[in-house]
Write a protein that binds this ligand. Structure first.
Ligand SMILES: Nc1nc2c(ncn2[C@@H]2O[C@H](COP(=O)(O)OP(=O)(O)OP(=O)(O)O)[C@@H](O)[C@H]2O)c(=O)[nH]1
Length: 613
């Protein structure tokens, strides 16, 4: 068989676009596809690369995708530009870092009306860690509010280049985009690798497709991969046959293989993305490499929440749905759990709140489920005096006995904001047990503040609070930095002396009282009066810290229809029976399902915030 002609690495440029959310990454990618004729004008639809419906609807990129763009540069040579689109939200940082590792260069895209934001910096630092060539670009110069000169200075100051080196484009109108493509060819170095060495390719994305099974996106570093070849995943040693190999341009197009520096996809027939994990190295089974490419990391859930079907009979549907989602989401973890209050459900682990929210929305939409989710919590480690260690992902499973120490996960958070709001931000961070690590002025009126904070204080509503205190101007980025001992307690909520497991929470001692008062108040309002008095209590161990009473009534629905006609009476009784079906019993207390839903409903609007900006 004739050797296929691998693309000459000297003519390849692998790059990605890094930006803060909504600064226009996807729009720029669209414009590049259109200008180079990869996608014909009439096929063009907004955000061509964001394939999932939910992505398009929310206007955010969740999974990274790669696309090959042939481009004839000013030197009349046709280059192969491989663009890797990356997700922008903190929850998916790991995927960004893998995408970066597959490139030699990055376009640092900044909205010319907004300036640098927290994720711009976080992504820039990550790109610099990966030794990427950075091309600074200001976008949206068509906007009347754009201040390209001001922000070019700001960008130049951070990267260490001249303000005149900062390119200016409008992804919307296409202005400056062709120049940018030429700069990519000029500035970004071609990939280097050893063509005759054993094959090594890095997986930077892995997507489940109903028809084709798992499609794995790879960047070949050394050697080459060919159709029908047997390959091995270096982290698990599992081997598969390559059934199809090719490039996305942007529709999948089969090729004779992938050589040094090339980006493309392979299909092996595996059905589950966990067998083809982002960050893993693929090698050839017959001539295996000995060393993995660096940087592989297991996805680790950070935030946990219980998911329960509102209709108990939907439990098997929920189980199947989670199984299906997991095929496409290596970071989603779940195991069955039961709650006295909510029945059968699953304790699920997520990368962050947005991941939780998206998963929940997909379950409800794609599988037609109605769900209750318990308040999200982080992972705690509890050391007992007898030397035992417990990892707690569900507050109601907090160990009893003599505790030596409780440890909670911490994050390093970066907040960028106009300097007018420094006071408000400090106040908020202090209230959330944060410690200021440093502060720098990026320009006269913009400041970067660095804090360490407990992750538990961030996952709830920190972002909302930050936005409202800074009129929407502050941006936030954070990364986990290990754990720290903390003064934490488990607060139980009791109805007539019976603990309601779904409401147990692990909170800081100083905040336990406030949590107890808030929950007991909420429940007193939500739970209808019963035929006997019901005390609602919050307790730490045996010590009650807050109490409310639901007063007794004699509920006699028929008294309303005194002397009324019989059919109306029957109707009322029917209605009451219907209502009973939706009641859960906690001890002797009847609690309507709605009370649980309202009490547990948290405003997890991290994603919404992005849109409001
Ligand atoms: N006026 C103007 N609007 C733009 C330009 N580029 C992007 N936009 C708009 O800015 C918004 C965000 O653009 P996206 O391309 O979705 O941003 P993104 O960075 O890909 O966002 P994520 O995928 O969520 O990370 C959209 O409403 C775009 O229409 C531009 O050059 N000019």
């Amino acid at each position: 068989m004739a050797q296929p002609n691998w693309t000459d690495p000297a003519l390849i440029r692998n790059f990605c676009i890094i930006a803060h959310i909504d600064h226009g990454k996807s729009t720029l990618a669209d414009r590049m596809l259109q200008i180079t004729g990869v996608v014909e004008d009439r096929q063009m639809r907004a955000q061509y690369l964001d394939r999932m419906d939910i992505e398009r609807e929310r206007g955010i990129t969740i999974k990274s995708q790669a696309v090959r763009i042939p481009f004839t540069a000013l030197d009349d040579r046709t280059y192969t530009l491989d663009l890797i689109d990356t997700p922008g939200h903190v929850d998916f940082t790991y995927e960004v870092s893998r995408s970066l590792a597959a490139c030699e260069g990055a376009i640092l895209l900044v909205d010319a009306a907004q300036g640098i934001e927290a994720q711009t910096l976080a992504n820039l630092y990550m790109a610099l860690d990966n030794d990427l060539t950075i091309i600074p670009v200001l976008n949206k110069i068509d906007l009347p509010a754009a201040q390209p000169e001001k922000y070019a200075e700001e960008l130049a100051g951070i990267i260490g280049c001249e303000a005149s080196d900062v390119l200016k484009v409008s992804a919307k109108t296409g202005e400056g985009v062709e120049d940018l493509l030429n700069e990519i060819v000029n500035q970004i170095p071609p990939p280097v690798g050893r063509a005759d060495a054993p094959a090594r390719a890095m997986i930077f994305d892995s997507v489940y497709d109903t028809y084709r099974g798992v499609v794995t996106y790879v960047r070949v570093v050394d050697g080459h991969l060919s159709p029908r070849e047997r390959i091995q995943m270096m982290s698990t040693k599992a081997s598969h046959e390559i059934l199809e190999i090719g490039v996305s341009s942007p529709e999948p197009t089969k090729s004779q293989g992938l050589g040094v520096g090339e980006v493309g996809y392979i299909i092996t027939g595996v059905k589950d993305v966990r067998q083809s994990k982002v960050g893993d190295t693929i090698t050839s089974l017959s001539k295996p490499a000995t060393e993995m490419l660096g940087g592989y990391q297991e996805p680790k859930p950070m935030v946990f929440s219980g998911l329960y079907p509102i209709e108990g009979t939907d439990y098997p549907v929920l189980r199947d749905a989670l199984d299906k989602l997991q095929l496409n989401d290596a970071a989603l973890a779940f195991e069955p759990e039961t709650s006295a209050a909510l029945g059968f459900g699953f304790r699920c682990g997520f990368l962050g709140l947005l991941h939780l929210e998206i998963t929940r929305a997909r379950l409800e939409r794609e599988f037609n489920l109605d769900l209750i989710s318990t308040a999200p919590n982080v992972i705690y480690r509890v050391d007992m005096e007898d030397g035992a260690e417990h990892v707690v992902t569900n507050p109601s499973e907090f160990p009893t006995g003599k505790i030596d120490g409780i440890y909670e996960p911490m994050v390093k958070a970066t907040v960028l904001s106009p300097s007018d709001y420094i006071g408000q931000i400090m106040e908020l961070c202090q209230d959330r047990r944060g410690e200021l690590q440093g502060m720098d002025y990026l320009s006269e009126d913009r400041v970067e503040m660095r804090y360490t904070l407990p992750m538990a204080e961030i996952v709830f509503d920190f972002f909302d609070a930050l936005k409202s205190r800074t009129k929407g101007y502050a941006s936030l980025d954070y990364e986990p930095i290990g754990e720290q001992k903390a003064d934490l307690v488990k607060v139980d909520i009791l109805l007539q002396g019976e603990p309601v497991d779904a409401f147990s929470a692990i909170v800081h001692k100083e905040k336990s009282y406030a949590y107890g008062v808030e929950m007991t108040k909420k429940l007193r309002e939500l739970i209808p009066r019963q035929q006997f008095e019901v005390p609602v209590q919050a307790a730490i161990g045996a010590r009650v810290i807050a109490r409310e009473n639901i007063r007794a009534i004699r509920k006699d629905v028929l008294s309303k229809c005194y002397g009324g006609d019989i059919s109306r009476k029957r109707k009322l009784l029917e209605k009451q029976k219907e209502g009973k079906k939706r009641m859960k019993m906690v001890g002797r207390v009847e609690v309507p399902q709605e009370a649980f839903i309202s009490a547990l409903s948290t405003d997890t609007s991290g994603a919404e915030d992005k849109k409001k900006k």
